[in-house]
Design a protein around this ligand. Structure first.
Ligand code: SAM
Length: 263
């Protein structure tokens, strides 16, 4: 019965590219809370919107594909196209003017990486041209949207990086790769929305030496709602369980932590 519900949800064009495992596990979490199938499906779709659709629409993912075609034809340069892609998503659009400064601030502490793991990456891998690193490096990028992942692999190919983007659920599937640095940008509050305690579970499953975690300081609707105080109070104790905080900094509407694995 659960599998049938997953299939019904995946029939909708909005969810057809989403990892089945993600949908299945959300159905399992929501199942005991609803009395009939209609309410259950509605609740699962609402969760999927909160974790994915609210940030990246299927039309945006299609636009990424088109922009990559322009890049492949050689009409425009990589940084120009990457900028247009990054502007499609609110998180990456907000970082557009600060990307180079953010990465400089991070790599000053961690050193330039040979390998990166970008979890729940969204469009962030398209910011590689703004990292000012000598490539190609190993850039692992995980998200639950298969069309997005295809486009990221195409972009990695254009950069002559190995195609290491994977459609993977980072809460319900294992993360085996050990890298110099792991990025978890604007995701831990989303993990808690799926189920309380999930951010700690995720952090405990990681194997990277340095961890860079960020939090939004404004909601999608632009409200501040004391997010700085809330997120620091809620997440700092969780971050400190396995990692030591080296530095915290704020750029525009985002708070970043640089953490190192405890020895
Ligand atoms: C707020 S966006 C952040 C994107 C990116 N990290 C950034 O800050 O630019 C959240 C992203 O998490 C992805 N996502 C949500 N749940 C996920 C899960 N369980 N596993 C992997 N990715 C997930 C969504 O598809 C979406 O791209």
């Amino acid at each position: 019965m659960i599998e049938e519900i997953v299939e019904r949800i995946r029939l909708s064009s909005k969810y057809k590219d989403i990892n089945e495992k993600t949908i299945l596990e959300i159905v399992k979490i929501e199942l005991p809370k609803h009395r009939n199938e209609r309410d259950l499906i509605k609740a699962v779709k609402s969760k999927l919107h909160q974790i994915h659709g609210a940030f990246l629409g299927s039309k945006d993912v299609e636009k990424v594909k088109d922009l990559l075609l322009v890049l492949e034809r050689g009409d425009r340069n990589i940084r120009e196209i990457a900028k247009e892609i990054l502007k499609l998503h609110q998180s990456t659009r907000e970082r557009m003017d600060i990307y180079e400064e953010v990465y400089r601030g991070i790599f000053e502490v961690t050193g330039k990486p040979n390998s990166v793991l970008d979890l729940a990456c969204g469009l962030n891998p398209f910011s590689i041209p703004f990292m000012n690193i000598e490539g190609p490096i190993l850039y692992y990028a995980y998200d639950i949207d298969s069309t997005l992942i295809e486009s990221i692999n195409k972009f990695l190919d254009i950069l002559s990086y190995p195609r290491l983007a994977k459609r993977k659920d980072i809460l319900f599937e294992d993360i085996e790769d050990r890298t110099d640095i792991c990025f978890i940008f604007k995701f831990l509050p989303i993990a808690e929305r799926i189920k309380k305690g999930f951010s700690l579970k995720l952090l405990n499953s990681l194997n990277s030496k340095f961890l860079i975690v960020s939090f939004p300081l404004k909601s999608i609707s632009g409200k501040e709602k004391g997010m700085l105080e809330n997120y620091s109070k809620t997440f700092e104790p969780i971050l400190k369980e396995k990692y030591k905080i080296i530095k915290r900094f704020i750029f525009k509407n985002e708070m970043f932590y640089i953490l190192i694995e405890r020895g």
